[in-house]
Design a protein around this ligand. Structure first.
Ligand code: SAH
Length: 484
């Protein structure tokens, strides 16, 4: 029974601390702000109580005393409570006040610091807040206080005289007043400055300008909160060492339509290239009941997808049951699913489709073949083997099922820059889930079979991968993005 004041970091879910994640995973109750990575909440227990104290119905902020009362109430119930805040809980996060309230109520608490946006935003913009020979100090300043008001808590003369970098939080609206107050008190109008909007998030944007021009430049660029304002010579380093916004898919939104089980690997790779990824799994995998035949009566086993591999290993009791069989797979993804389970495939075709596998099996001595695959898979392989006099048994181990898209996902997917299809069935299910609506972005398929399915649905793909693998799909998106 402890209340944990946890910093969730600036937005990139990877910047949540290990301790923070551990506590989120075990919490009974999570009271969270609005500016936290939503991926963090996905880690909560299914039965955890999630309370959004950031906003009331998308409107005003929940008053601090209501949040305090909730913390005390949940703490007194003896629950493990995580109070999840953006950035660091003690940097303009009111975490200190919450700790005071908990101490007064006699409720045990711990503080888990987080990566604060005033360091992380600039860092992702290629702006180190300190730098040898440039800046030997950094001040974290609230920009929330109106410098023109007489009762401001901030000493603008002292801030202007501060010998180092200023990192201003909550200052976008007041930027014109902040810049003039600093210049009026002696900061040079030519001093380098920058604003980093939505730092560490896929749509991060940075503008730089001399302090005197920054308000106009930021306004022209449409910069909005949340953003960090940096004043100091270090802002010049952006031009030299920016990295996050320079990644090949930075600023692009990519939709991954694969089934959930397979989507995350592909999604992670698009993310690593800088894209904002929307996972829109309109297709789910449902295992089918199967009576596994006596495997020793076959001499060839064909596996046509990673799902088929996963399902087969649920069905066999002992991996040694596969010992006498030659194993053929349709492509590298299926091969690696098999390798993950300690088995090296004998045959991997050069073209990763049914026809390719059939070619690769030419000259292989086969009498009885077992094909484990999805319902609705194409019959190229069984038909081709039968035509060669092979006795074929098809084992339908799973089927694809429609999954409705979550609220908001459908709309976001239709507005994205790229919508990717790694199989014909994900195409069919996706266009079903969006009621045939036409996405605004570029449509990318993994190969001709998938393109064919889309054309049958009346959708002409814009890009087709040359190599029919997830790598090929990614390469196709990269090549297209580079040209536009
Ligand atoms: N405790 C938080 C700050 C909360 S105050 C922290 O340590 O980061 C809210 C202000 O933080 C915003 O107005 C903005 O100035 C800044 N901020 C939060 N997230 C940000 C982000 N991803 N990029 C830029 N600024 C951010």
């Amino acid at each position: 029974m402890t209340v944990y004041l946890v910093g969730a970091g600036p937005g990139d879910p990877g910047l949540l601390t290990v301790r923070g994640l551990e506590l989120i995973r075990s919490a009974d109750v999570i009271l969270h702000d609005k500016l936290i990575p939503w991926e963090a909440l996905r880690e909560a227990r299914a039965d955890a109580e999630l309370i959004d104290v950031g906003k009331i119905g998308g409107g005003k902020q929940v008053p601090q005393d209501v949040t305090n009362a909730l913390l005390v109430e949940k703490g007194q119930e003896g629950k493990d409570v995580v109070r999840l805040k953006g950035g660091d809980p003690f940097v303009f996060g009111r975490g200190g006040e919450e700790a005071q309230v908990l101490r007064a109520a006699g409720i045990p608490f711990e503080v888990v610091p987080g990566v604060t946006s005033g360091i992380a935003g600039p860092a992702y913009a290629g702006i180190p807040v300190t730098q040898r020979h440039v800046s030997a100090a950094v001040a974290f300043v609230t920009g929330h206080e109106d410098p023109s008001k007489p009762d401001t808590m901030l000493d603008w003369a002292a801030l202007a005289a501060f010998p180092g970098t200023l990192a201003l939080y909550m200052g976008v609206k007041a930027l014109p007043r902040i810049a003039s107050a600093l210049i009026e008190h002696g900061r040079h109008a030519d001093e380098p400055a920058a604003v980093v909007q939505r730092g560490t998030l896929p749509d991060q944007r940075t503008v730089t300008a001399p302090l005197g021009e920054l308000p106009d430049v930021a306004k022209a660029a449409g910069i909005k909160a949340p953003a960090i304002i940096i004043v100091g010579g270090v802002a010049d380093l952006h031009d030299e060492i920016a990295w996050f916004e320079d990644r090949p898919l930075a600023g692009k939104t990519v939709v991954v339509t694969r089934a959930k089980a397979q989507a995350s690997a592909l999604a992670d790779r698009f993310r690593a290239l800088g894209a904002a990824v929307i996972e829109a799994p309109a297709i789910g995998i449902s295992p089918l009941p199967v009576d596994l035949p006596d495997l020793s009566s076959f001499d060839l086993l064909c596996l046509t997808s990673p799902n088929a591999v996963a399902r087969l290993f649920e069905l066999i009791r002992d991996a040694r049951d596969l010992a006498g069989l030659k194993i053929a797979v349709i492509g590298p993804g299926t091969a690696s699913a098999l390798r993950d389970r300690g088995i090296e495939p004998d045959i991997v075709p050069e073209r990763f489709v049914g026809e390719g596998l059939l070619e690769a099996l030419e000259g292989v001595d086969v009498r009885r073949a077992l094909i484990a695959r999805a319902r609705d898979a194409r019959d190229v392989l069984p038909d081709g083997l039968r035509a060669r006099g092979v006795e074929v048994e098809v084992l339908t181990t799973y089927e694809a099922v429609a999954e409705p898209l979550r609220d908001g996902v459908r709309e976001a997917a239709l507005e994205a820059d790229y919508v990717t299809f790694a199989s014909g069935s994900s195409g069919r299910y996706f266009f079903d889930a969006v009621d045939g609506a036409r996405p605004q972005g570029r449509i990318v398929t993994i190969g001709p079979t998938t393109s064919g399915v889309l054309r049958d649905l009346g959708v002409e793909p814009d890009v087709e991968a040359e190599v029919q693998t997830p790598d090929g799909l990614i390469a196709a998106v990269l090549a297209d993005a580079a040209q536009r």
